[in-house]
Each structure stands twice: as C-alpha cells, then as structure tokens.
Design a protein around this ligand. Structure first.
Ligand code: GDP
Ligand code: MG
Length: 163
C-alpha cells in the first residue's frame, strides 16, 4: 500500500474535490478514476449546500457574470466533497477533471471527468482546488478542524497529517 503512514513522504499534498450535483450518480466510476490515479480519499461527505454556503465557497467569483448560474447549479442537489491526498494531488486532480469547459475537455482528452460527465461551461461535473492556499481554505470549508462536529468526524487512521 502506497499510503501507509511510513511511506507517505511527498505524497501528503492535499486537495479539495467536489463532485457537483449532476455527477453525483457517477460517484462509483469517479472513485475508480481517483483510485487509478493513485490518489487517496482521506475525507468525504455528501452535503446539500445552501445558497449562502455556495456563495461563500465560490467567493472569488462573486463579481463574475456566471456567478448566479453557478450557485443555481451547485445548490440544485447534494454535492460530494472529498479531501484527496497524494503526490502533487492538486495538479493530479485538476488533470483528472480536465479543463473548465467540457467541450474543451472533450477535444483535449475524452477520458477526463469533465469530458465524460460535463454538459456545458457551468455544468461541468466537478471542482478542484487550484493552489495550496485554495486547497486549505476549501478543505476547511467542508471539513472544519475546530468546533463540536469534530468529535463525530471519522479520521483516516493511516493518515499522519490529519491527527
Ligand atoms: P474551475 O477552477 O475549472 O472550476 O473554473 P473557475 O474557477 O474559473 O470557475 C468556477 C466554476 O464556475 C466552473 O467550474 C464553472 O462551473 C463555472 N464557470 C467558470 N467559467 C464560466 C463561464 O465562462 N461561463 C459559465 N457559464 N460558467 C463558468
Ligand atoms: Mg476554480
């Protein structure tokens, strides 16, 4: 197993993945893709975001013309948020999901997640953090490290970085 505590080494980078509502029914296939890529799911939850929560998550885009449509989309049903861990996890997950626009994704690599499950520029199946800073902020958004919920949160036991 590449992910035992002793062998983690440089594989400890974390990213925040979010499977958007219309791709949640593909979670089994998506987990297979994550597994094949050598990424580990260290935290996961399914949650129905309120509009205010979605606006907070996407705060960097609040002045964009697509902001309201984006909030409509990601609040249309439950999302699955995952913390993924592995070597260069941020870039590895971005590579796996593909470009923002699914039609670009399809012309680049038909096997990416957005190529396979994305519909249009808004409904593009998945989110991935774009930097270490956003990965930290976004993981904290879905999996807060403080507060009463912590006591009931299962921790991945082989992971040295979330104890
Ligand atoms: P990402 O990092 O690849 O997800 O892309 P961005 O951070 O730029 O945008 C966040 C999300 O807003 C995207 O995943 C899309 O769902 C949506 N989005 C981004 N750009 C556009 C756009 O030009 N038009 C529309 N309709 N939606 C967009
Ligand atoms: Mg982004």
């Amino acid at each position: 197993d590449n992910f035992t505590a002793k062998s983690l080494g440089d594989k400890k980078e974390k990213t925040l993945a979010m499977i958007k509502p219309d791709a949640v029914d593909k979670m089994g296939l998506i987990l297979d893709m994550i597994n094949q890529k050598g990424l580990l799911v260290t935290k996961a939850k399914m949650v129905l975001l309120s509009r205010a929560e979605a606006a907070q998550f996407y705060i960097e885009h609040q002045s964009k013309p697509f902001f309201n449509g984006l909030l409509d989309y990601v609040t249309a049903g439950p999302v699955v948020a995952m913390e993924l861990m592995g070597s260069n996890a941020i870039q590895a997950w971005r590579d796996l999901i593909g470009p923002t626009n699914p039609s670009d994704a399809r012309s680049q690599n038909a096997q990416s997640l957005r190529a396979k499950y994305g519909t249009d520029n808004t409904r593009n199946a998945a989110h991935g953090s774009d930097s270490k800073e956003s990965a930290m902020r976004e993981a904290e958004f879905f999996f807060p490290s403080t507060g009463p919920a912590r006591a009931n949160t299962a921790q991945f036991t082989n992971c040295t970085c979330c104890v």
